[in-house]
Write a protein of this length. Structure first.
Length: 277
């Protein structure tokens, strides 16, 4: 439930960012094509809501973010106070400055109860909520049925940028941009988005040398999350599909076979129609 509400909150952020930000703003690691500033983008990471809670962790104020390889490996998690964001960007990479900031700054979580209530009420009346209800309106085929359902999908009927991740899913189908493209094309062809997620799940749960990952993560929840996330952007009018074409897909580095005879742009109208809830 919190994940659905966070998607809605991010949609509100995106509406403002489209006006105020010089860089494209995307959700959860999507690649972008070439623009005035190259392929730079701001990514709002919601991926934690696609995994079981026990596979994630919480960072506390002034702990260290250890995934970074820059800034000599030091990156402090700083609470946002009245300090300008530009100042915090320089403080977080300096042990001395971060320590000084910690000595003079509190990290109490403010009471957001009333704001959360208002956000929830706004979400319950939103177009995104209606899309979420549509997404959950059907079930998925059980694994015993996959040989007669998902496995019978003709991969030669779709562009190579769609068939390749489905035919060789490790690691291609673990990439959010590939999931977005697969979902866009199949929904345009009349698939219900929950069925697209079922097809992707069937690849996650098959032996494609995934290792132990899917013993710990939830393949069905992960597939639902990414397909729902991308579809919600289209249904809510926040994805204008300007990059849903072959040239943009090539610029992103995701085209496995240029000049394949298919055109991603030809699926745009069908996707727009299918996404009207």
């Amino acid at each position: 439930g919190i994940g659905l509400l966070m998607e809605y909150l991010c949609h509100r952020v995106l509406r403002q960012a489209y006006v105020a930000s010089e860089l494209p703003v995307v959700l959860t690691g999507l690649a972008v094509g070439s623009r005035r500033k190259g392929r730079e983008a701001i990514s709002i990471d919601l991926s934690a809501y696609g995994d079981p809670l026990y596979m994630r962790y919480t960072r506390c104020a002034f702990s260290l973010y250890r995934k970074t390889r820059g800034s000599n490996g030091f990156l402090a998690c700083l609470p946002r106070t009245d300090s300008p964001l530009e100042d915090l960007l320089s403080v977080r990479v300096s042990p001395d400055l971060a320590a000084d900031y910690a000595a003079s700054t509190g990290a109490a979580i403010p009471d957001g109860t009333q704001g959360a209530k208002r956000l929830l009420q706004a979400y319950l009346g939103s177009d995104l909520r209606r899309y979420h209800q549509f997404f959950d309106s059907i079930g998925q085929d059980e694994p015993a049925l996959w040989p007669a359902t998902y496995d019978r999908f003709n991969l030669n009927s779709v562009p190579p940028c769609v068939s390749y991740p489905l035919r060789c899913p490790n690691p291609a189908l673990a990439d959010p941009t590939n999931i977005q493209n697969v979902s866009r094309v199949l929904v345009s062809r009349g698939w219900h988005p929950r069925s697209v997620a079922g097809l992707i799940r069937s690849r996650f749960e098959r032996d494609f040398s995934w290792g132990p990952n899917w013993l710990y993560y939830d393949a069905a929840a992960r597939a639902d999350f990414y397909v729902r996330l991308h579809g919600g952007l289209v249904a809510d009018g926040l994805d204008d599909l300007r990059d849903f074409n072959c040239i943009s897909h090539q610029e992103k580095g995701y085209c496995p076979k240029p000049w394949c005879g298919f055109s991603l742009g030809s699926y745009k109208t069908g996707l727009e129609i299918a996404s009207k809830i």
